[in-house]
Design a protein around this ligand. Structure first.
Ligand SMILES: [Zn+2]
Length: 124
């Protein structure tokens, strides 16, 4: 819902004023302000934002996400690629959990060596 918004404009110089006043702030003339309706534009739907790369992005519904066409980065380990649905999803975070000593770090360091590109390995 948009409210009717009015602004007082000087009829001589056009300076807008939020409230009526006797003298214009712009040209210092007296009794030149006239109230006018200003339509405030209502934002509808999603507002497109800009990512760091300058490409337009917007939130979408989960149902609209096409998981079949999601690009994948191969880990160069066919079994891991299969388990992860075809490989790593660019820009995603993968959490690997398991008992201490089960080989999480060994597996991930091995895969880090096999991936073409930079790898950020975070352990906590
Ligand atoms: Zn004025």
């Amino acid at each position: 819902m948009s409210k009717v918004k009015t602004t007082f404009f000087c009829q001589k110089c056009g300076t807008p004023h939020p409230k009526w006043q006797g003298q214009c702030n712009g040209c210092k003339e007296w009794n030149t302000l006239v109230e006018e309706v200003v339509e405030k534009k209502e934002k509808k739907g999603w507002v497109e934002s800009k990512s760091i790369k300058g490409k337009g992005t917007r939130p979408i519904k989960i149902q609209e996400i096409d998981t079949d066409k999601e690009p994948r980065v191969s880990t160069n380990d066919s079994e891991l690629d299969r388990v992860m649905g075809g490989g790593l999803v660019p820009g995603s975070i993968t959490l690997l959990g398991g008992e201490p000593g089960i080989g999480k770090s060994t597996l991930l360091l091995q895969i880090s060596l096999q991936i073409d590109g930079k790898v950020l390995y975070v352990s906590g």
